[in-house]
Design a protein around this ligand. Structure first.
Ligand code: 13P
Length: 253
């Protein structure tokens, strides 16, 4: 059975002290996670060690970085490699968030290199894709996301693709309070899975977790996560509030 994942993306929010308090608050709740369920918390780089220390003894809770660079080491001032992340105990890395694509000009081709760098070290990429509003309004979202998969992931072997977690995040739903309806989410998740099945076969596509992101909240998580092809969420704003994210974790199917 593929994993169901509640992933927090703190983005560039919270001080260290606020982040510690948020993790303490989350850990004060009881979750009774089943073996196929996981919680991932993507924190700013300077908080990774703190978060690893707090979560490393907690079964099925993992710390993620929000980005990485493609090279292992060297003269790349300001960048952070997969090796560096692993040396502080991090094995999950979010890549290709629409904010990085937009503000830092990350292309599908560059993300293909990041995927390779992460998988080469045995870590887990959480690969984000999703269309902007004009593409959705023109009803061209399927072709748009299919191209993102093709250009960043389809060079991978059947074995490697199963180690990737995909997060579909329609840009028009991020931070806007406008969630895709559960039917819209299911429709495009099913499309993504059928694309993966076309390339790798249905059995492999069935193993790949596809998370939904974009204004996931405590009050819509159960409805979204109950869709057959929605395998949890990548959560921004609501992941900064203990009660909200705890409820989202508890909404995992
Ligand atoms: P919001 O949940 O704030 O809409 O953000 C979604 C997101 O971008 C998660 O990566």
């Amino acid at each position: 059975m593929r994993k169901k994942i509640a992933a927090a993306n703190w983005k560039m929010n919270l001080t260290l002290q606020q982040g510690e308090a948020l993790l303490d608050g989350l850990l004060a709740q009881s979750y009774q996670l089943q073996p196929h369920q996981e919680v991932v918390v993507a924190v700013p780089f300077p908080y990774l060690t703190m978060a690893v220390q707090k979560l490393q003894q907690v079964p099925q809770f993992y710390v993620a970085a929000q980005n990485c660079y493609t090279k292992a080491s060297g003269a790349y001032t300001g960048e952070v490699s997969v090796d560096i992340l692993q040396s502080v105990g991090v094995q999950h890395i979010v890549i290709g968030h629409s904010e990085r694509r937009e503000y830092f000009q990350e292309s599908n081709q560059f993300l293909a290199e990041k995927v390779d760098a992460i998988l080469a070290k045995g870590a887990t990429p959480i690969f984000c894709c999703g269309e902007p509003l004009p593409v959705r309004e023109a009803n061209e979202q399927n072709a748009f996301v299919a191209k993102q998969l093709q250009e960043s992931l389809y060079h991978l072997s059947a074995e490697a693709i199963q180690k990737v977690v995909i997060a579909y995040e329609p840009i028009w739903a991020i931070g806007t309070g406008k969630t895709a309806t559960s039917a819209q989410a299911q429709e495009i998740h099913a499309f993504l899975r059928s694309e993966l099945a076309g390339k790798y076969g249905a059995a492999i596509a069935d193993n790949i977790s596809i998370l939904y992101g974009g204004s996931v909240k405590a009050n819509n998580a159960i409805e979204l996560f109950s869709q057959p092809d929605v395998d949890g969420g990548l959560v921004g704003g609501a992941s900064l509030i203990v009660e909200e994210f705890a409820a989202i974790i508890k909404a995992l199917p």
